[in-house]
Design a protein. Structure first.
Lengths: 112, 114
């Protein structure tokens, strides 16, 4: 099934540095969400950005959306060891009012 | 705290032996989803309930069934588990059945098939 793409697949940075993850998708969307998944756990919703928004902030998170390039980025500033997790983007799907199309995820490791 | 609970966290079953995974929620949400997630992959939607209305995804194998006896509980039944069904199974809820709604996930049940 259609799926968004995220890059990088894995990212390892030092604590305190900023982490940027990217998500690209294939069709027009109404909104895009980012979720975090700690190892072996469920997903936690981080932020939702609508198609008419270009940037959104939540604490140390900044999400941008470029609908012309069909891409979004998630920036985590001043990273902490607790940010170590996988990060997934999810968009609404064409032809479905409920289904989410998930990216493959970026595995982020914060080194102390 | 309002939450989504999945039991058990780990389940071991034998090849071909029926298994049931459970999910409960205290959020009083109308929608309950079941996802399958294999290692290093994105979650894959199996089916969902919108209130009592069951909605199966087209590519969900017949081996997978679900029951929702009331608003709070939802079960995933795997009639004859195969080795390929070993995965993390995630339950999620949503207030409304809209792709723009936040989904609230439980911690997942990791299924091992021997």
């Amino acid at each position: 099934s259609q799926q968004g793409e995220e890059d990088p697949q894995a990212l390892s940075i030092q604590e305190g540095e900023n982490a940027t993850m990217n998500c690209s998708y294939k069709t027009s969307i109404n909104n895009l969400q980012w979720y975090r998944q700690n190892s072996g756990r469920g997903l936690v919703h981080l932020i939702l950005i609508r198609s008419n928004e270009r940037e959104k902030h939540s604490g140390r998170l900044r999400v941008t959306l470029d609908t012309s390039k069909k891409s979004s980025s998630l920036l985590i500033t001043a990273s902490r060891a607790a940010d170590t997790a996988s990060y997934f983007c999810a968009t609404d799907a064409m032809g479905s009012n409920y289904q989410l199309i998930w990216g493959a995820g970026t595995k982020l490791i914060i080194k102390p | 705290d309002a939450m989504v609970i999945q039991n058990p966290r780990y389940q071991v079953t034998q090849f071909g032996k029926p298994v049931t995974l459970s999910c409960s929620q205290t959020l009083n949400h109308n929608v309950m989803y079941w996802y399958q997630q294999k290692s290093s992959q994105a979650p894959k939607l199996l089916f969902h309930y919108y209130d009592k209305d069951f909605n199966n995804e087209a590519d969900t194998p017949d081996n997978f069934q679900s029951r929702r006896p009331n608003t709070s509980f939802c079960f995933l039944d795997i009639r004859s588990p195969g080795l390929g069904d070993a995965a993390m199974y995630l339950c999620a809820t949503g207030r409304r059945r809209l792709a723009g709604e936040t989904q609230y996930f439980g911690p997942g049940t990791r299924l091992l098939v021997l």
